[in-house]
Design a protein around this ligand. Sequence first.
Ligand code: SF4
Ligand code: MG
Length: 321
Amino acid sequence: SDTLLKVENLKKYFTIKNNQTVKSVDDISIEIKRGETFGLVGESGSGKSTLGKTIVGLQDPTEGRMFYNGADLSTLGRKEKAIANREMQIIFQDPHASLNPRMRVGDIIAEGIDAHGLAKGKERQERVYDLLERVGLRPEHARRYPHEFSGGQRQRIGIARALAVNPKFIVADEPISALDVSIQAQVINLLEDLREQEGLTYLFIAHDLGMVKHISDRIGVMYLGKMMELATSDDLFAEPLHPYTTALMSAIPVAKPGAAKRERIVLKGDPPSPVNPPSGCRFRTRCPHAMSICAEAIPAFREVQPEHWVACHLYNERNYT
Ligand code: SF4
Ligand code: MG
């Protein structure tokens, strides 16, 4: 099948002080197709990083199921589990925090090679050199330490570390957000090239739509732990349906001279706390279109056009068919 990863009714809850529950990821279902880049967008606190980390197995889900290559990840045997762990990798936002400052770059890159017993000695070294070159660095960089590199180069090291174990699926958790704007496009281009060369599939997480527009085949928009809208990148930009998506889109500067200016929609206030999210639609406290039903019922996530899903009462059966 062309589905590489399927997430079914996934929940990830955290218990914090006073026994309160944070519903970071609350009943999310998505399918990621082989070879695609799935962009995942939302403000901080929307649960997008939590979803990414849960998918690659850095934390266990509270509820729900995940299928990789058709196999239920929770019921895999030890050997299959190890393969899935190797094939699913993550690149982090902050290349400073995610690279051990006391380790040489070559050893950082080889961590996964060692852990999975993929190569030793000379072969291991050759692999590290090759990986450095594939991400635009040089073999002699293997002997240096992370602090000797710029932010963009450190992110390349993080990418080489992920690539070292021959992954099939990579969660890129805001890989360019901490980088200078001038460097961002280079790292995006590198990720794009690697996707083609290695046949990779990406879950690409970002906090704004502009960053994922050009690289994503499909885009999901999250808000307070819920998926609000999901569509192909083209459809989402041509016809955003959810009021939250429309607001996010209005914040993207229009690049083309002479293009019609979008009216900027300024949302009221900050996102509410995920500890006690609003009843009904979680977006209702900031939504310019909120109706009485929005406080009473959680809007269903419905496919209202082919491959275009939205969770909003404006598009329920009665109003929109
Ligand atoms: Fe706005 Fe209601 Fe739609 Fe939520 S369900 S986005 S509050 S109109
Ligand atoms: Mg994050």
